[in-house]
Design a protein around this ligand. Sequence first.
Ligand code: ADP
Ligand code: ADP
Length: 239
Amino acid sequence: MTLLRGENLCKTYPNGTQALSQINFSVEEGEFLVVIGLSGSGKSTLLRCINQLHPISSGAIHFEQQRLDQLHGRALRQQRSRIGMIFQQFNLIPRKSVLTNVLAGALASTPIWKSLLGLYSKKQQQQALAYLRIVGLEHKAYVRADNLSGGQQQRVAIARALMQNPKILLADEPVASLDPSTSHSVMKYLQKINRELGVTVICNLHFLSLVRTYASRVLALKDGKIVYQGAPEDIDEQW
Ligand code: ADP
Ligand code: ADP
């Protein structure tokens, strides 16, 4: 089933930079789509447009049979909570425990006064611990986030994103600041949540080596345009 579809997407920033032009793509449920392209090719903009962090300039985004770009207020917040995101910088709260950081992912479904007081339900705490187990970090639950290595922090960020119970996880260069072996470890956990939890993944990368190992399909961007869409085996160096 098609989960997400972008139709003639264009994005021009207020300063006139045309970051995406006439992008057409669709993502099937369960896919692990890798978006590849050089720095500045529009990868990050594409993910930010998908979850409506940036408004698109023209075109349409369909998500679960709805026009995501036309939703507002509560309906938008609700659909957006089905789209998790992780970033190159892990954006954890450094002085808080790993568990607290994961629980922060439940924010959308927790009244703000409760989250300020740290009043998460027993069920949410168990869920957070379960996601930490999935990313192999249950034993670090009560350690301060800034005591973890970069790769471990990114795995915490994955667990935090899972607290939203997302249909789809957007990963914006999740391994760009990690060394090669740590990168593989993080990618393996993304692959695990894709395969075992059925979360559809769209992951921005700029390494072809990782693409061939993890992608079920590849979309290559160049100067804001799609220059390749298809199997990872058939992509050549031309992008
Ligand atoms: P990538 O993720 O592939 O590095 P980006 O989506 O970050 O590419 O950037 C695409 C283009 O849009 C680049 O030319 C970049 O400088 C520009 N850009 C990105 N964000 C903004 C912004 N907030 N305002 C203006 N231009 C931007
Ligand atoms: P990334 O490639 O991971 O998006 P960048 O360093 O390119 O990281 O961008 C960091 C932030 O600056 C992003 O929020 C992006 O939207 C913004 N940005 C990037 N390029 C520009 C630009 N030319 N003008 C204004 N903002 C930009």
